[in-house]
Design a protein around this ligand. Structure first.
Ligand SMILES: Nc1ncnc2c1ncn2[C@@H]1O[C@H](COP(=O)(O)OP(=O)(O)OP(=O)(O)O)[C@@H](O)[C@H]1O
Length: 315
């Protein structure tokens, strides 16, 4: 049973111009997507740069205005509602950003950064607050000495952990993680991803995991939606998406995942060849989930991504 439903969500950014700075056009950043969230499950949103992933995340959290569609949270329509600073929705839906550095206030000590949601939502006594901050630091593998330090005194991975401690401080139900590891070194990426997985199991969290990297999402998500130009071209469970992708765009994205195992690398080459043949021989149209025609220009862009990964020795 889902606790939140997103129905036909659209976010169109107005483009202004002319002498009177009127709206002359709009950018359909998100153009009719639907999603449902169940407790304890992780959902992946994957697609190339500019396809609308971050706009989706930001509109769910209330940072972007929704043009049309609805968000139903625990039976209540919360679309574009002016939500109070300490509403249940704000408490239950939290976000982790790609750039941990700029999402932490450089003038605040770690204890005040983590205390922010506690003060907004939990109303604890000073002693209880202190205890809760120590608990949260322990959950993210940091010791109490971190409390009095400032963000610049930490590495990228540690900063991301502080961001995670802040996100889980209010006991949220859903965390929207927008490229949470893409700014980190590979070894630290694995640490942070494993850590996110551990706390998911421990606290029954749900995630909306936003990434351009199908490899990362494979590690984290139960269900995956492939996004292209503001729409989903394919959605399914992890097994279906990775072993039986239906859409040519998904196949292309999959063939661009770097592969370290030589046997799998050969297999990957075969898949890529098969996709090429399909593309070159079948000059039929491809469609997205809503039956709208999917233009081939992006397919060739994806192809270039796959080819450049191959040249770098990735596949
Ligand atoms: N404030 C804005 N005003 C106008 N257009 C915007 C604005 N923010 C984003 N866009 C446009 O909306 C589209 C979707 O952007 P978005 O940031 O959601 O993509 P993305 O998939 O998250 O990309 P990336 O992976 O590079 O972050 C892009 O074409 C972008 O240029």
């Amino acid at each position: 049973m889902s606790f939140m439903q997103i129905n036909d969500l659209k976010v169109h950014y107005p483009i202004r111009g002319g002498f009177f700075n009127t709206i002359v056009d709009n950018v359909p950043a998100v153009d009719g997507i639907s999603l449902e969230f169940e407790k304890g499950k992780a959902y992946g949103l994957v697609g190339e740069s500019g396809c609308g992933k971050s706009t989706t995340g930001k509109s769910i959290i209330g940072l972007e205005k929704i043009t049309s569609g609805s968000i139903i949270y625990e039976g209540e329509n919360v679309t574009n509602k002016v939500r109070g600073r300490n509403s249940a929705y704000n408490r239950d839906i939290q976000m982790i950003f790609q750039d941990a550095h700029s999402s932490l206030n450089p003038r605040k000590r770690v204890q005040d950064i983590i205390a922010e949601p506690i003060r907004n939502f939990l109303k604890l006594s000073p002693g209880e607050e202190r205890k809760r901050i120590n608990e949260l630091l322990a959950i993210v593998g940091m010791n109490e000495e971190a409390r009095l330090k400032y963000p610049h005194e930490f590495s990228g991975g540690q900063k991301q952990r502080i961001g995670i401690a802040r996100a889980i401080a209010s006991n949220p139900k859903l965390i929207i993680a927008d490229e949470p590891v893409s700014a980190l070194d590979l070894s630290v990426q694995a640490q942070v991803l494993n850590f996110l997985k551990d706390i998911q199991d421990e606290f029954g969290l749900s995630y909306l995991f936003i990434s351009h990297d199908l490899g990362v999402v494979k590690h984290m998500c139960d269900n995956i939606s492939i996004m292209y130009k503001g729409r989903f071209v394919e959605s399914g469970n992890r097994k279906d998406i990775y072993t039986n992708p239906q859409h040519i765009y998904t196949k292309r994205l999959l063939s661009a995942i770097p592969e370290v195992n030589p046997t799998n690398r050969e297999e990957r080459k075969e898949i890529r060849r098969a996709v090429e043949v399909d593309y070159l021989t079948n000059h039929h149209d491809y469609y997205d989930e809503n039956g709208r025609v999917f233009d081939l220009q992006t397919i060739s862009e994806t192809h270039q991504v796959a080819m450049s990964a191959q040249k770098k020795g990735g596949i």
